[in-house]
Design a protein around this ligand. Structure first.
Ligand code: NAD
Length: 295
């Protein structure tokens, strides 16, 4: 009986104000998605230019939606007004949920999560959009790990339906229920998975990227591989283009974490073209050059 009561309470908890930490590719996209679905959001970064880029990106997505007749023109102002940019933690004190989307670095994420817990109330849900870092590891930086889980969006956020919700050892059912409900409210498809390197999607995707890197080292032409996978095999894009979309820095770092976490399935490749491009600061679409050059 008491379990039933607990479930009913969990189902009733509603997120009415959201916060996103980091206004980069993902943070900007998540803020847009929240706002466009009527869930106001505070977008925090440490860099004012990043905040401006996040807002510009949201405006661009809205502009395209209006052009294609998918979004009503009146939605532009309401959506942008629902995103509050900030550099201050004090602004997020009343939010119901925080989605951390700062750089994929365990030390930075751990300190951001600590700072977040100090800034919000005791029952605020805290999620991380990490692609690869263990949720159990990140949970160690929190006093109340039961209100913490992974909430992994995919890039580009406004187009990719899936969100992986990652349950840590200490995550409560209430937290999972609230995050599932909020994912649905944000117009996305939730899937709850356990904590493991790469979760579900990257566990499939990164061995594929590794296979692609080995082909390049064997002498294959990346443009030809992309053409085969895209035009002839029918995938939306080939591996080189997808790596440019993901970001070569993010992908390189993720490959490291995966090869350390599941060495029996994925090992680090010497002279991996992804690492070489990253070292050469060719980061992909985000800085205009990766495998391809972007205008
Ligand atoms: P990004 O480099 O585009 O953006 C990171 C942002 O975090 C920057 O704007 C930076 O100024 C900000 N930042 C750094 N330290 C901060 C701090 N202490 N407080 C607030 N903001 C801070 O990175 P991204 O590609 O958006 O990735 C963000 C997260 O999302 C990573 O964990 C990444 O693994 C994950 N992710 C990325 C993708 C992808 O395809 N790029 C997909 C899914 C998940």
């Amino acid at each position: 009986k008491s379990k039933g009561k607990k479930m009913a309470k969990a189902a009733n908890k509603q997120v009415k104000l959201n916060a996103v930490l980091g206004a980069g590719i993902m943070g900007g996209g998540i803020a847009y998605q929240s706002a466009v679905k009527g869930l106001p959001v505070i977008m925090k970064d440490i860099n004012r230019d990043a905040l401006n880029l996040g807002l510009t990106e949201a405006a661009k997505i809205l502009g395209k939606g209006i052009e294609r007749g998918k979004i009503d023109a009146s939605k532009l102002a309401t959506t942008l007004n629902a995103i509050t940019p900030t550099l201050e933690y004090s602004t997020i004190k009343d939010v119901d949920m925080v989605i951390e989307a700062v750089v994929e670095n365990p030390k930075v994420k751990s300190s951001v999560l600590k700072e977040t817990e100090e800034a919000v109330s005791d029952d605020t849900i805290i999620c991380s959009n990490t692609s690869t870092i263990s949720i159990n590891h990140l949970a160690e930086s929190l006093n109340k790990p039961e209100r913490f889980c992974g909430m992994h969006f995919f890039n580009p956020v406004h187009r990719m339906p899936l969100v992986e919700i990652i349950r840590g050892n200490d995550t409560s059912e209430d937290t999972i229920n609230t995050v599932v409900a909020t994912t649905l409210k944000m117009g996305k498809t939730p899937i709850v998975v356990n904590d493991c390197p790469g979760f579900l999607v990257n566990r499939v995707l990164f061995p594929y990227f590794a296979g692609f890197s080995k082909l390049i080292l064997d002498g294959a032409d990346f443009v030809a591989v992309d053409k085969v996978m895209e035009k002839d095999f029918g995938w939306p894009m080939g591996p080189a283009y997808l790596l440019d979309v993901v970001g070569l820095d993010t992908a390189d770092h993720a490959a490291d974490v995966m090869s350390q976490g599941i060495p029996e399935r994925m090992h680090k490749i010497d002279n991996d073209p992804v690492t070489l491009l990253h070292d050469a600061k060719r980061l992909g679409q985000k800085n205009g050059k990766g495998f391809y050059n972007f205008g």
